[in-house]
Write a protein that binds this ligand. Structure first.
Ligand code: ADP
Ligand code: MG
Length: 613
């Protein structure tokens, strides 16, 4: 006789299995509960944890609450109010939709729910433990929902033992809390751990939220970043290079307000900082990517933060150019606010997929070689402003603003108009050198202090970059060639780099076993001792290779820029100072040295006045 052996698992076991996927650690519960509160339209959410969430995780919200029946239903598997048909899957606006969180959590913990809708007198209380309802009764409770999850994994000791130490679990909880907090800055959020307040975040703009989460010093470190194309809208903040850290973790991408991790896109941001950060440093960023859900595969595992885009390369290019522009545009001068017409590629979406990609490639290539068209116009405007300040300008600030505004359409100059409405007139003054180290220059917005060495390093760096790329480094030939002795290891470096070194304008040949004969050096390096220069170059190259995660060309360019840049303590003539400043502001990225140090600072009128208050 045939024996039937297949039977359905009891719900409690099925839920426990599902819980294995949904609930990995206390932080997973925090995420699910916070997201439910957001989905319920809450404007105020409190998170309370005890013992890093192992003893208690409680979330109290002022959202729309649940009816008695819904409160009971919410613990059933695949019970959700958020989708009703498969079609809905493609237009999901809520964070959850699978209806798995509450049943999973209640399978492996003791859960108490209190919930009330605004239009009812009494709310509902449900106590559920290992999927079994222990109690359900009406209760007096405020509008909204409060869920307490106690003793997580109390019935699955193996998993409870698997939890990490409290500091580690708390770190995971804070990570989840931060992500929800960043994506919902209009929601008031607090977090307590063992009765101590960890966060108290009032509702406000994103920048306010960043400061609330990461500290006051972020206020000065945020550079707004926006980019809009037909395909995608990107907005948020990136950190100034000097605020970058060695520890990772303050990098946030949100796709349609959902936190994601994506190494490829992270690389796009990192890449936009190229030449601005020391090795192993990662910049802060919080970027929101809004994109039609049809271009994204969000229908992935509930706890996974990875997503797939149908055209990642295009997105890469857009993000990189957006961040680059934000960096390039910012802080050229504190008193100039370049707000761009962020329309990079409005026709892109009309094009077919291949065309789109190749177009992105082209534009992307363009950024690499010459800077984006916008960067260029940015420069023009800057130099215009700068010239005006320089050439005995008594041009009215408003007129200037109009002038600049007219053809840019979007560039605004935050004027330095004083109280009475008169413009501050600037007279031309030649720059002067201070301590043979800084160049002091009066500019329209106040006073500019340039670090001569760092500025020159930036100028040379960009020049060498072009030279190496186009093999256009020009060489100044000596009347008599010089012979240099090198040790074997240095000689092998020179052999390895022969092509690149020559492209930069060195003219040399190998001679005998351990020598080279130098016939000429780059024109920029004239006046320097060729032996010191050559050996310094190799020394610096070796050092760069040790400390920097850049390729050999980049190391070489940086080494040469550093070695041939005007030293501190070198006297400069008026023409040299003016020339250096002009060249600096003709750079693609005048603000920072190749290693990310500021090349100049501006003390604007308000700062100067502030000094005497
Ligand atoms: P999902 O969020 O995927 O729908 P959950 O198991 O997280 O699944 O929640 C089930 C249902 O319970 C939700 O669809 C929602 O209707 C209701 N719910 C859960 N938490 C709350 C809350 N804080 N406020 C109001 N309703 C809630
Ligand atoms: Mg949910």
């Amino acid at each position: 006789m045939a024996l039937d052996i297949i039977h359905l698992l009891p719900d409690s076991i099925a839920n426990q299995i599902a819980a294995g996927e949904v609930v990995q650690r206390p932080a997973s519960v925090v995420k699910e509960l916070l997201e439910n509160s957001i989905d319920a339209g809450a404007l105020k959410i409190q998170l309370i944890v005890k013992d890093a969430g192992k003893a208690l995780i409680q979330v109290i919200d002022d959202g729309k609450g649940m009816s008695g029946t819904d409160a009971r239903m919410s613990f059933e598997r695949h019970a959700t109010s958020k989708i009703t048909s498969a079609d809905d899957l493609f237009k999901i606006k809520t964070m959850g939709f699978r209806g798995e969180a509450l049943p999973s959590i209640s399978a492996i913990a003791q859960v108490e729910l209190k919930t009330k809708q605004a239009d009812t007198e009494l709310g509902n209380y449900i106590c559920i433990e290992a999927s079994t309802i222990k109690k359900q009764e009406p209760v007096a409770t405020p509008d909204g929902t409060s869920i307490s999850v106690k003793n997580l994994f109390f019935n699955v000791p193996a998993r409870r033992n698997f939890l990490k130490s409290n500091p580690v679990e708390l770190r995971h909880i804070i990570d989840e809390f931060q992500r929800v907090a960043l994506a919902n800055s209009e929601v008031t959020l607090t977090m307590h751990q063992n009765d101590l307040e960890v966060f108290n975040l009032t509702a406000g703009k994103l920048s306010h939220r960043v400061v609330g989460l990461f500290g006051k010093n972020y206020k000065e470190q945020l550079i707004p970043c926006t980019e809009e194309t037909e395909l995608v809208k990107i907005q948020g903040y990136v950190g100034k290079p000097e605020s970058a850290k060695k520890t990772r973790g303050e990098q946030f991408f949100f796709v349609n307000n959902r936190f994601i991790k994506n190494n490829y896109l992270n690389h796009a941001v990192q890449n936009a900082y190229e030449g601005l950060l020391p090795k192993d440093y990662t910049p802060f960023y919080v970027l929101f990517i809004d994109i039609d859900p049809k271009h994204v595969d969000i229908n992935v595992h509930p706890t996974k933060t990875e997503v797939k885009f149908d055209d990642e390369r295009l997105l890469y290019g857009i993000i990189k150019s957006g961040v680059k522009q934000a960096l390039g545009a910012h802080n050229v001068s504190p008193s100039i606010d370049f707000s761009y017409d962020v329309n990079f590629d409005s026709a892109a979406v009309e094009l077919s997929r291949q065309e789109r990609t190749s177009k992105a490639d082209r534009e992307y290539g363009q950024f690499k070689s010459t800077g984006s068209p916008r960067e260029q116009s940015n420069l023009e405007h800057w130099s215009k402003l700068y010239e005006v300040a320089q050439n005995e300008s008594s041009v009215d600030q408003q007129q200037l603003q109009k002038e600049i505004g007219d053809d840019a359409g979007s560039v605004t100059v935050e004027s330095t108009i004083n109280q009475s409405g008169d413009s501050i007139k600037t007279e031309s003054h030649p720059p002067f050198q201070m301590h043979r180290t800084y160049i002091v220059k009066q500019v329209k917005s106040g006073m500019m202090l340039v670090n001569q060495h760092l500025a020159h390093e930036r100028v040379l760096y960009e020049k060498h970059q072009r030279n190496l790329q186009n093999k256009t480094g020009s060489s100044q030939r000596f009347l008599f060639s010089r012979q240099l002795e090198l040790n074997t290891s240095d000689l092998s470096i020179v052999k390895e780099l022969e092509e690149e070194i020559k492209a930069l304008g060195f003219d040399f040949e190998f001679f005998g076993n351990n020598s080279i004969v130098v016939n000429g050096i780059p024109t920029d390096a004239i006046g320097l001792d060729e032996e010191v220069l050559f050996e310094g170059l190799i020394e610096q190259f070796k050092e760069n290779r040790k400390d920097l995660s850049v390729d050999k060309k980049e190391s070489l360019i940086r080494a040469l820029s550093k070695k041939s840049a005007t030293k501190q303590g070198q006297k400069l003539s008026d023409e040299e100072m003016t020339g250096l400043i002009d060249q600096l502001f003709a750079c693609e990225n005048p603000n920072y040295s190749p290693l990310g140090q500021p090349t100049f600072v501006i003390l604007d009128h308000s700062k100067l006045e502030g000094l005497f208050r």
